[in-house]
Design a protein around this ligand. Sequence first.
Ligand code: GDG
Length: 473
Amino acid sequence: MSPEEKKLFIVSNRLPIMVARDGDEWMVNASSGGLITALAPLMKRNHGIWLGWPGCGPEAPVESLLEAHSAEQGYELRPVTLEEEQVEKYYRGFSNQTIWPLFHDLLGYCDFNAENWNFYNLVNERFAASVADFLKPDHFVWIHDYQLMLVAHFLREMGIDTHLNFFLHIPFPSCDLLRRLPWKYEIIEGLLQYDHLGFQTAHDRRNFVQCVRSLIPEAAIKGHRQRSEIILEGRTVKLGTYPISIDFDEFNSFARSKEVADAAWFVHENIPKRTLLLGIDRLDYTKGIPERFLAFERALEKYEDLRKQISLVQIAVPSRTKVPQYRDLKEDLDTLAGRINSRYSTEGWVPIHYMFRELNRTQLLGYYRACEIAFITPLRDGMNLVCKEYCASSIDNNGVLILSEFAGAADQMAKGALMVNPYDLEGTADAIYAAFIMPGDERQKRMKALRAEVRRNDVQRWIDWFLQSDQAG
Ligand code: GDG
């Protein structure tokens, strides 16, 4: 049976919904985020199963809530409920305070805590047990992301030899960085229990191969241009590069709707006669928001003709608010935006419009359409879907994209975007000015190239690549 004929069985830390208590009642709320945005359309078509944490513990009547929601969504949602201590140590602890910063090259943020590691194992084992409960022979099992790197290991321990696929949404670090992790062998050996590993970029895949070469010298490595294979103890693990993307057509057509046009008009009506520079990110230290504010400040300092002519609109979506480093970042940004605004604001002009909130989809596309320049400068990012969504929504081909060279998307977008090193404030300030003065025909040429790239390599292509590579050879 080919992967296309099978039923998709997606496993991820979070379900695409959250169950939460509202007074005496339990509510199901749809969530947002890169993975959900990418997979939901396919799951609906395929009537698949999605297994993950619904955001609550075993006290919620989760089965009945999800049954109703599954019928609505068009695919089955299966919960792995977690106790608060598990969420604290597996998710906020090991996943988000060890793996997340380490894999984004930010060693200084890492907390290497043995108890959190134990909980990471325990919860991965629970996920594996739930997969085993629902697994059928016609399933194509596709496990996602850094929270669940050990699920295959525990399934193998249970004697399950089903073909297992994994996709890593975040970068894979260099060997020098991974070596700092006290549990590096367990992570690498655990990942090698999958049959097929997908990475966002060739760079991530090469980093993984280097780690295997250095830590497991008995592994044989065969290299291809797009793929590699690792042969160990008689098993072959396929490695591929699959840059994730978006549903181009969906953004392209929704961006033309009257409601989005109205939302875009509203944005400019409130900040009239300015060129708008847009940043939209989860509030996360990997996204380079303080550096972005400083580069913007440097641009105002260096290029006087930008003053009163340009404003930075930064939407910071609340994220991981219980992790101390995220709360600190929020405070730092509040101070920084306040300092820059007090330094430069004049009557009728505020340099930084900074909002700590989530937008609905119409507002999100309204901002994409209204803002003349997208300013997307992560210090490190697995891919970054916001930059692709901005291009797909730029229906008049008039937007300019400033993009960090450390986003996974840089490989595909470098030809049309103005590429920057977010640590280089001077160079980034110059890119802001270059975007501001860019002639219309050059904007059009660049944005057409970017839109063609995102249209060609859309999310369906990503899924096809992954499924077909799994089938090939
Ligand atoms: C991880 C990796 C990788 C954002 N603000 C709002 C909103 N969003 C949506 C965007 C986009 C998604 O959230 C963010 O995706 P990103 O890719 O930019 O970033 P992460 O959340 O860090 O995602 C990343 C991704 O996984 C996929 O593999 O690209 O590198 O870190 O879709 O539209 N949506 C709504 N309101 C907002 O205010 N509705």
